[in-house]
Design a protein. Structure first.
Length: 188
């Protein structure tokens, strides 16, 4: 199945998301400008974004999304990810060229971006809420290798101005997920 790796990242994120308590929603995260609720909204809203962009072949403007963190965010995540998995599994979706503000990607490449985004924000939530961050070591190592091949210095910069912060150094013996997070600009 084309979406197997993406679905693994979804499973990891769902496991972490299911352990986030409502009293943690305003806690800070490794994403400097985001609280836990913002990461939840990004995970759920991002899954809807991945689906709509894949379905349309481009970014589809929409209304302001709801605050998914005020309801059953695990259920909202399940619904959003079911839609994105279906979109990535649709006939021709892996080959379709998707136009985004920062470039054009084949569906398979866009799904790779979705996979890394989902896994990284699962790590952000785990770190912010005191959960273990050693998330799916095999998948984390695979995504780290992929990220090193595609993330260019031009994609790095200050928070809210660039998709990724400056690469950080992971401590000696850091897990694969911690190494991925550090590469993507998180302090581990």
């Amino acid at each position: 199945m084309a979406t197997e790796t993406y679905e693994r990242a979804i499973g990891v994120a769902k496991g972490v998301l299911g352990k986030v308590r409502p009293d943690q929603l305003d806690d800070p995260t490794p994403c400097a400008s985001w609280k836990v609720r913002d990461v939840i909204n990004h995970l759920v809203g991002g899954s809807h974004f991945f689906a709509s962009a894949t379905e349309a072949g481009e970014v589809v403007p929409g209304d302001d999304p709801p605050d998914f963190s005020t309801g059953d965010y695990v259920k909202s995540f399940d619904e959003a990810t079911a839609r994105s998995v279906a979109a990535f599994n649709a006939p021709g979706a892996q080959e379709k060229i998707i136009s985004l503000p920062f470039g054009k990607f084949p569906g398979a490449g866009f799904m790779g971006l979705a996979t890394t985004d989902t896994m990284t924000h699962a790590w952000d939530l785990a770190k912010a809420t005191g959960q273990p961050t050693d998330l799916d070591p095999e998948l984390s190592a695979q995504l780290h290798e992929g990220a090193k091949r595609v993330i260019q210095p031009a994609f790095r910069g200050p928070d809210q101005q660039s998709p990724f912060g400056p690469e950080q150094q992971a401590p000696e013996g850091a897990s694969a997920a911690d190494q991925l997070a550090a590469f993507l600009g998180r302090t581990v």
